[in-house]
Write a protein that binds this ligand. Structure first.
Ligand code: SF4
Length: 332
C-alpha cells in the first residue's frame, strides 16, 4: 500500500491523475500507519498546489427555512418540522452589515446564502444590489449560494462583482434520488455549466454520512472533477432533529479522514474546505484533517448550526502549520 500511495502522490504532483479504481484502492487502507501515510501524502499535495495559506470564508444566512424542496438532510425544508428560525430574505443593509462584521473578524471571503431552489426576481435583484454594495464598501470577495442560476443570472452576478457561487451536488448522481425528489442532479449540473460559461468561479461539493456508500463518496468527487471547481466544500452530516436523517449514525471517523485525503488526490487544485458538521464529526481530529487533504474552513457558524469560535479555529490552523496573514485571519 505504501508504494501505491507514493506512486499516486508523485503522479498527481507532476500533473497526472488518479482513476476511480485507484481512488477506491486507496480507500482500502486499514492500518493506522497506512492511513497516516495517506494523510501525509495528501498534505504534501496540498502544500505543493496551495502552499500553507488556508482558505477561509464565512457566511450569512440571508433567507431561512421556507424552502419547498425536500432535501432529506436539510432543516430548512418546509416538508419537515424543525425548530429552524424562519424568515424571508433580509434587507440589503443587514447583508452589508453582516459582511462588514465578517471582514472585521478577519475573513476575506463572504458568502450570501439563501434557502430555496431559486430566488424570485425581486429577491435576486436585492442580492445583486447587496453584492454591489459590499464590493463598494469592503475589500471582501463576495460569493453566493442562492440555488439554481440561469446563464443570464450568472452574467448579472458577474457584472455586480460576485466572485464565486456555491452549488453543492450533495452526493453522487446515483445516490441523489435517495436524498432529494423535488429536483434533479441534472438541475444542479446545469447551474455548474452556467457558472463556467458565465465566468464565475465554482464552489461545489457535498455531504458525507447520509447513508451513501464509499463508492458514492468517491464518485461524487469524480463527477465534480469534470467542472474543476475552485472550491470543494466537504460537509459531514450533523443530523438535524425533525429531518428524515435525524437518526443517521455517524460515519466512521477513519472513513472520513481517508475520504478527505483521497479527495486531495482527485482534486489537487481545488481548495478542500471543511464546512458544516466538522466540529460534530471530527472534533479534535479537524487538525489532523487540515494536515491530510483539507486546506480551508467555513468559519463563524453555518446555516442552522453554530460553529467553533473563530479565535479557536485560527489557533487550530496555526497548529496545523498554516500561515495567517499579518496577524489576522486573512488568507488565500
Ligand atoms: S438544501 Fe437548499 S434546496 Fe434543499 S431543502 Fe435545504 S434550502 Fe431547500
Amino acid at each position: 500500500m505504501k508504494e501505491l500511495i507514493l506512486e499516486l502522490k508523485e503522479r498527481v504532483k507532476t500533473g497526472g491523475e488518479i482513476s476511480y479504481e485507484e481512488a477506491l484502492m486507496l480507500a482500502e487502507v486499514t492500518e493506522e500507519v497506512n492511513i497516516d501515510q495517506l494523510r501525509e501524502a495528501a498534505h504534501e499535495l496540498t502544500i505543493h498546489f496551495h502552499q500553507n495559506k488556508p482558505s477561509l470564508c464565512s457566511l450569512v444566512n440571508a433567507k431561512s427555512y421556507l424552502c419547498g424542496e425536500d432535501c432529506r438532510f436539510c432543516a430548512q425544508s418546509v416538508h419537515y418540522q424543525t425548530l429552524t428560525e424562519r424568515y424571508g430574505l433580509i434587507g440589503i443593509d443587514e447583508i452589508a452589515e453582516a459582511g462588514k462584521k465578517a471582514e472585521a473578524a478577519g475573513t476575506r471571503h463572504f458568502c450570501i446564502v439563501t434557502s430555496g431552489a431559486a430566488l424570485e426576481e425581486d429577491e435576486f435583484e436585492k442580492v445583486t444590489e447587496a453584492v454591489k454594495r459590499l464590493r463598494a464598501e469592503t475589500a471582501l470577495e463576495i460569493d453566493a449560494s442562492i440555488g439554481h442560476l440561469s446563464l443570464e443570472r450568472v452574467k448579472r452576478l458577474k457584472e455586480a462583482g460576485l466572485r464565486r457561487v456555491n452549488n453543492n451536488v450533495q452526493c453522487s448522481h446515483a445516490f441523489y434520488p435517495k436524498i432529494v425528489s423535488t429536483h434533479s442532479y441534472e438541475d444542479r449540473l446545469e447551474t455548474l455549466r452556467n457558472l463556467r460559461e458565465g465566468g464565475l468561479e465554482i464552489c461545489a461539493g457535498g455531504i458525507l454520512g447520509m447513508g451513501e456508500s464509499r463508492e458514492d463518496r468517491i464518485q461524487m468527487a469524480f463527477e465534480l472533477k469534470a467542472f474543476q471547481p475552485e472550491c470543494f466544500p466537504v460537509n459531514i452530516l450533523n443530523p438535524r432533529p425533525g429531518t428524515p436523517l435525524e437518526r443517521m449514525p455517524r460515519l466512521d471517523l477513519q472513513e472520513i479522514i481517508k475520504t478527505i485525503a483521497i479527495y486531495r488526490f482527485i482534486l489537487p487544485k481545488s481548495v478542500i474546505k471543511l464546512a458544516g458538521g466538522r466540529e460534530f464529526n471530527l472534533g479534535k481530529f479537524q487538525e489532523k484533517v487540515l494536515r491530510g487533504g483539507a486546506n480551508g474552513l467555513v468559519i463563524g457558524g453555518y446555516l442552522t448550526t453554530c460553529g467553533n469560535p473563530v479565535s479557536e479555529d485560527m489557533k487550530m490552523l496555526e497548529r496545523a502549520g498554516y500561515v495567517l496573514g499579518n496577524g489576522t485571519a486573512k488568507a488565500e
